[in-house]
Design a protein around this ligand. Structure first.
Ligand SMILES: [Mn+2]
Length: 408
């Protein structure tokens, strides 16, 4: 069976004011092309299909996009197997799963039919028939661990601290994993699909939009049992402890500045009755650049860049600059930014004479209050709206802020 491993699509995600849907869908289309050219049997998505920022309409459009993109793959008996990640909306995914099962009931024999999408938000163990060798391929699925998903294996004692809660969740996941492994037929190759943080990453490697206190799982004792471990959650493509068969495929678009240097990719591998054949192969994905621009002399820098790229650039850019009210024209600068980088996602500036601290890090030292932060955010989001509408919304916002402050 030939399998393509990918993860962390984050459909419907945003970066500042920029909606990333079209770009991420382009990544999905590149994957669909690989499914055909590489004659893949099963597409494996290790969690985080949707962004937590996606609206219902975006979710609907994404599903429609899958229909268009994968209909041929599915009609040719290709299979899509996905698990949920921490960014996926659990209720939405469960509804989708139930609706699919209702439309096409799953056979009770235990070996799942090819030619359809399986999206699992439950940990467990499933089987498919390998269309090449007619043998059975086993998958253990471990979606992102939340107390509701792993409740069957959770200790009954209510946790008193966050550490205790994390420890209980870790134990529940290990117990479930152990339980699935005992159900596997001995000496048959199996694949583990999991959306979580594992040990063996370089210090400071953190999951997308997650804090430092996240649970980290040690797959060490379990990893020998699997021919391949398909991980999702960390957006960088990484092999764990140098093992080519234990890896994060990484996300399919550069979702923020932390991913600016990543070469996005998917992994393809073959598995048969004997286990993994050869070393997994990596195929590149074309992605849009995400960059940071810091200017001390914005007028000059912009003139140079516009001379070089009069048509503008498609990069997603975070811009920070310092200008002088005497020498620079702020309106011109902002206009030229729109011309050069129509896809800027964040911009921040400071008038040179307003600076109190050293010039070296003027922008990072801004400490804004609640009111200022909210107003600034709304002003940025509304900048492309008609003037009247903007003024009216800002007036309403002011009223709301006054009310909120009088209550607190
Ligand atoms: Mn994740």
């Amino acid at each position: 069976m030939r399998i393509l491993h990918t993860a962390d699509w984050h459909l419907g995600d945003r970066l500042g004011r920029i909606d990333r849907t079209a770009e991420i869908e382009n990544g999905v289309e590149q994957i669909a092309t690989y499914l055909e050219t590489e004659k893949v049997d099963l597409l494996l998505i290790a969690g985080d299909l949707f962004s937590e920022l996606a609206r219902t309409k975006t979710l609907r459009n994404s599903i429609r996009h899958w229909q268009d993109t994968f209909s041929r793959f599915l009609a040719n008996k290709g299979t899509i197997l996905a698990i949920t990640g921490n960014h996926d909306n659990e209720v939405f995914c469960q509804t989708l799963q139930s609706a699919m099962t209702l439309a096409a009931p799953i056979s009770s024999q235990g070996i799942l039919e090819p030619g359809r999408l399986y999206l699992s938000s439950e940990p467990g163990f499933i089987r498919f028939c390998d269309p090449r060798s007619e043998s059975t391929v086993h998958f253990v699925l471990m979606p992102y661990p939340t107390p509701s998903i792993y409740s069957g294996n959770l200790a009954t004692k209510k946790p008193e601290t966050l550490q205790e809660k994390t420890a209980q969740l870790e134990q529940a996941l290990y117990a479930k994993l152990e339980d699935c492994i005992t159900q596997l037929p001995p000496n048959k190759p199996a694949i583990l699909v999991a959306h979580l943080n594992v040990t063996g990453l370089a210090p400071g490697t953190r999951a997308f939009r997650m804090g430092e206190d996240e649970a980290i799982f040690n797959l060490g004792d379990f990893s020998d049992r699997f021919a391949y471990i398909a991980l999702g959650h960390i957006h960088k493509p990484i092999c764990i402890n140098g093992h080519p068969h234990i890896r994060y495929s990484g996300s399919i678009a550069k979702l923020d500045l932390g991913e600016k240097d990543d070469q996005k990719q998917v992994v393809i591998f073959d598995i048969d009755d004997q286990g993994l054949q050869d070393s997994p192969a990596v195929l590149p994905l074309k992605t849009r650049n995400v960059i940071l621009q810091r200017w001390e002399n914005p007028t000059e820098e912009l003139a140079l860049l516009l001379q070089k790229h009069p048509e503008g650039l498609s990069d997603l850019v975070k811009i920070e600059f310092v200008y002088s009210a005497k020498e620079d024209n702020l309106d011109n600068i902002l206009q030229q930014i729109n011309q050069l980088y129509p896809n800027w996602y964040s911009r921040d500036w400071q008038e040179r004479n307003e600076l109190r601290d050293s010039l070296a890090s003027p922008i990072q030292n801004q400490a804004k209050g609640f009111r200022e932060t909210v107003k600034e955010y709304v002003a940025t989001e509304l900048q492309n709206h008609p003037h009247d509408e903007r003024e009216e919304l800002q007036r309403k916002l002011d009223d709301l802020l006054v009310k909120a402050e009088s209550k607190s």
